[in-house]
Design a protein around this ligand. Structure first.
Ligand code: TXA
Ligand code: MG
Length: 320
């Protein structure tokens, strides 16, 4: 088992230290009213990639971005009147809203796993709120457990699950609700229950009317037709490149001659590669090449998630 991270009682000093860690791109686990979250600056690609590495996630699932309140959320995403009413009714609290990202928002593309939407929540837990205020940035945070294990409701659970994958664990005692937030998305303006959670459906329906059930395609965001895939066809595991191709490189040994070349990580660092993945795919697509050739990425660590995402982006397209 890895060495346990520092568990600190969530007093003012620990919260200030945690905020400093977040601002310099580190990871901090913190309590919310639902479960403990594994937090990073949501605007820092590298820090968000480190979340996936610490969780050992085989896929890049989109993450919830935590904010102090509605005004902060509106700076990041486009709210409809209904979304605003839901936020006003349930925030701060255990409701997460999935909304279109503002193009200019300072948000990592990795928090959305390449989607054009972002999940937002204003937590009510006092420690979470103090941390958000002290950090001064939106905090991306999935549940603070390794992928596939249960969500942590105490600081001790986090330490057992993540070990030294996190720099500091703020201990705010056991979480009060103990299950994750309810996630609501919108399909043509109609509210959809994407994940049942701590706010019961009935409470939401009092404000939003009947919720649509998440269908097959909405249930797994990785499969969504709207999931970002480049317009240009992709060629994976490329070891050479043609003049009309755009090249997505990895490592030091990159072939020359492409129309345009970007390198996920010249040093061959997979966390850096994950941080660059979605932004570079978009940039290469914008270059208007006939095809995007992608060099092989070794499968260890975040390589598995990177390859999963590349395989989806390269798969034959569903017509939306
Ligand atoms: O209570 C909670 O929600 C906790 C605390 C820490 O806030 N967080 C949490 O995060 O459970 P996570 O990453 O374990 O679950 C996030 C859920 C996933 O089901 C994910 O698919 C969904 O939110 N989600 C996030 N962004 C989305 C998006 N853009 N579109 C669709 N679903 C999204
Ligand atoms: Mg989770």
């Amino acid at each position: 088992m890895p060495a346990p991270a520092a568990i600190r009682p969530a007093d003012a000093t620990a919260i200030a230290d945690a905020a400093a860690i977040l601002r310099r791109g580190g990871l901090v686990a913190f309590p919310t009213e639902t479960v403990y979250g594994l937090g990073a600056d949501a605007g820092n690609d590298r820090a968000v990639a480190a979340i996936f590495a610490a969780k050992g996630r085989p896929q890049f699932n989109p993450l919830i971005v935590h904010v102090p309140g509605l005004a902060d959320a509106e700076a990041l995403a486009l709210f409809t009147p209904l979304a605003r009413r839901l936020a006003e009714a349930f925030w701060p609290g255990a409701l997460t809203l999935v909304l279109p990202r503002r193009p200019e928002a300072r948000l990592s593309l990795l928090v959305s796993a390449g989607l054009d939407t972002v999940a937002l929540r204003a937590p009510s837990n006092v420690t979470a709120r103090a941390l958000l205020m002290a950090a001064g940035c939106p905090i991306a945070a999935p549940s603070a457990n390794r992928s596939g294990s249960v969500s942590p409701t105490t600081a001790q659970h986090v330490a057992e699950s993540l070990g030294d994958g996190v720099e500091m664990i703020l201990d705010g005692g056991p979480t009060t609700l103990g299950i994750e937030s309810t996630v609501i998305g919108f399909d043509d303006g109609q509210p959809v229950l994407l994940r049942p959670g701590a706010v019961p459906r009935e409470a939401i329906e009092k404000i939003a009317g009947p919720l649509k059930q998440a269908g097959e395609k909405i249930a797994s965001p990785g499969m969504l037709a709207s999931h970002y895939a480049p317009r240009a066809p992709m060629r994976l595991n490329a070891r050479d490149v043609a003049a009309d191709e755009a090249l997505l490189g990895f490592g030091a040994d990159v072939p020359e001659g492409a129309k345009v070349t970007l390198n996920l990580s010249p040093a061959g660092d997979r966390t850096e590669a994950a941080a660059n993945l979605f932004a570079m795919l978009r940039a290469l697509d914008a270059a208007g090449a006939a095809r995007i050739a992608v060099m092989p990425i070794p499968a260890q660590g975040l390589g598995e998630a990177i390859n999963d995402r590349l395989a989806r982006a390269a798969a034959p397209r569903n017509t939306p």
